[in-house]
Design a protein around this ligand. Sequence first.
Ligand SMILES: *Cc1c(COP(=O)(O)O)cnc(C)c1O
Length: 390
Amino acid sequence: MIPYGRQSIDQADIDAVVEVLRSDWLTQGPSIERFEATMAARCEAGFGVAVCNATAALHIACLAAGLGEGDWLWTSPNTFLASANCGRYCGARVDFVDIDPLTWNLDAHALAAKLDTAEREGRLPKVVIAVAFSGQSCDMRAIRQLAQRYGFVVIEDASHAVGARYAGRPVGCGEYADMTVFSFHPVKIITTGEGGLVLTNRPELAERLRRLRSHGMTRDPAHMDEPSHGPWYYQQVELGFNYRITDIQAALGLSQLNRLDGFLARRRELAARYQTLLADLPLSLPTAQTQAESAWHLYVVRVQVQRLSISHREVFERLRAAGIGVNVHYIPVHLQPYYRDQGFGPGDFPQAEAYYGEAISLPLYPAMTDEQQDEVIGQLRRLLVDARDD
Ligand SMILES: *Cc1c(COP(=O)(O)O)cnc(C)c1O
């Protein structure tokens, strides 16, 4: 089976991990700070806070944004569950903004319209999570303008978008988002096994994120309500978590970061080959947004079902049977039973639902060979040419 995605680990990655295993620090050591600083520098951000996964990163980013009970968080329905669940962890209510039918990202026009209504009804969101779906940023410039006008915090869920660029600058630079979150799960752009990171330019947010990552503890006398008892002293000043990453993981992340440009170049090359070699088939291919340079975490096509004698599901199943590890990203979050229990249902976000009825993620990862890609394209071509109705 040719998988839809997989990690790429080389000897340098293994050596980096082994070096930490032989060192004094398995966690809370120097590799973490180095990883944070290197990621921040690469993305032109002021501060990086690394945590155990991107779900935890989203959770503490929402808390640092002040999200709590009685507040609203809005995000795209075309995302992984975590982009919505982070609002629920804070006791906030979650709502969604439908997607753009071409980029499959949260639609900034739909956001503007929904904000207008929400303002009149007195239920504006405190946080909007803009998901950089498949590695391509949303229309962040428009979203930033809306944030200015309506006063919400912008968190970019850039789990797919390590190394992507927007408007000539790296995703994470903080020009448009207050905080940017990355994931280092093995299928993502670079991996630490499990891992996540928040980038921000605001020192008070970075400090709060660090505290929330580690039990709500501080060792800074400036943040204590009484003089220190001695060198051992710390205070818990709020409720935090153990969301720390290990030095073992951070060392792997640093080593992977050395290889990021190569990963991105190969992903771009494979995506460009798909764009050319699939152009004549009854498929809608990804549309690049002006301004955005995708990291190509996913290569998604929409099967034009009305031009075929077989269903979306049959296309998927036949590709799997032919050894092509296709996937579907994503089941609209608002249709999950948990969110239906909160009042959502079919028809609420028609663009995301129509997309779900047609989307298939094709294999794409840096170690994929041209021959493997040709096999994917060949199988897909055979299937669609046979099933073509028009
Ligand atoms: C993978 C992913 C997450 C969660 O990442 P973890 O590191 O696995 O917690 C969140 N949002 C999106 C869009 C993702 O793809």
